[in-house]
Ligand binder design. Structure first.
Ligand SMILES: NC(=O)c1ccc[n+]([C@@H]2O[C@H](COP(=O)([O-])OP(=O)(O)OC[C@H]3O[C@@H](n4cnc5c(N)ncnc54)[C@H](O)[C@@H]3O)[C@@H](O)[C@H]2O)c1
Length: 253
């Protein structure tokens, strides 16, 4: 056993997509606190800059639109090295198959699947060169079980899980690739859903969102962030191609 404290990633360089809000923001903070220099890559430059300024040393922000291949190429072309990629940015769509138009389907897949593919592809040479490269993909319980009226979203997260396993197999000895499937996590993503679909009964529906986890509450973004830290730390060197639910018991029942 090493005498050093566990879960330290001092000196490593980590990039978090969608790092300016919610799970991404907490992941940036946790990785930074664990010793990494962090790159906050987000469409929302203002929020990314504010977070980088708050963290101070070893934190930078850069604007990226993950659905634009040129923008993703530019992002990774600007980096000299990279050890950790957290593919976190994602959007949802509420609707069963009848309520989902091709445009909705494409919009969700464009970011959740194609954007994640592009980030991975452009980051890959850097992660291979690192010698201890690690990818953490953020999927969802919706990629594991039916959630209800999430046709496009669940299919996109299922693709993230399958892609994680393919990568982990293809590069088993070179880059570690693992996947987190959160249950409902209280972030601006959830508040945006309440505002859009349940404006008049937000408190009631928020209570229901807490209650649908067997433990009786939504997750906190920092709880997901600490699992991401574990996955990219040396303590998790034996973890490869894992798909880990962190969902208050949702998928256990
Ligand atoms: N919140 C939940 O309940 C929950 C549950 C399971 C999985 N997830 C997944 O976790 C991830 C993060 O969710 P969150 O709740 O923290 O979301 P959020 O909405 O709080 O943050 C998402 C971030 O992604 C950025 N983003 C959006 N489009 C982008 C683009 N085209 N290019 C670059 N950045 C872009 C946004 O600006 C934002 O900062 C998503 O993949 C989501 O599917 C969330």
């Amino acid at each position: 056993m090493s005498a050093n404290p566990p879960f330290r990633i001092d000196g490593r360089k980590a990039l978090v997509t969608g790092g300016a809000s919610g799970i991404g923001e907490k992941t940036v903070r946790v990785l930074h606190q664990a010793g990494a220099s962090v790159v906050i890559a987000d469409l929302n430059l203002e929020a990314a800059e504010a977070l980088a300024a708050d963290l101070g040393e070893n934190a930078t922000s850069i604007q990226v639109d993950l659905v634009d291949p040129d923008s993703v190429a530019h992002l990774f072309g600007s980096l000299d090295r990279l050890d950790i990629l957290v593919n976190n940015a994602g959007i949802a769509h509420v609707g069963n198959v009848e309520e989902t138009e091709l445009e909705d389907w494409k919009r969700v897949f464009d970011l959740n699947v194609n954007g994640l593919f592009l980030a991975t592809k452009y980051a890959f040479p850097l992660l291979l060169a690192s010698g201890r490269g690690s990818i953490v993909n953020i999927a969802s319980v919706a990629g594991l079980v039916a959630v209800g009226r999430r046709a496009a979203y669940s299919a996109s997260k299922g693709a993230v899980i399958a892609f994680t396993r393919q990568l982990a197999g293809d590069y088993a000895k070179q880059v570690r690739v693992n996947c987190i499937c959160p249950g409902t996590v209280h972030t601006p993503f959830v508040e945006g859903y309440l505002e859009k679909f349940h404006k008049l009964e937000k408190d009631e529906v928020r209570k229901q969102l807490h209650a649908r986890q067997p433990v009786g509450r939504m997750g906190k973004p920092e709880e997901i962030a600490h699992l991401a830290l574990y996955m990219c730390s040396d303590e998790a060197e034996y973890m490869q191609g894992a798909v880990v639910a962190i969902d208050g018991g949702w998928t256990a029942l």
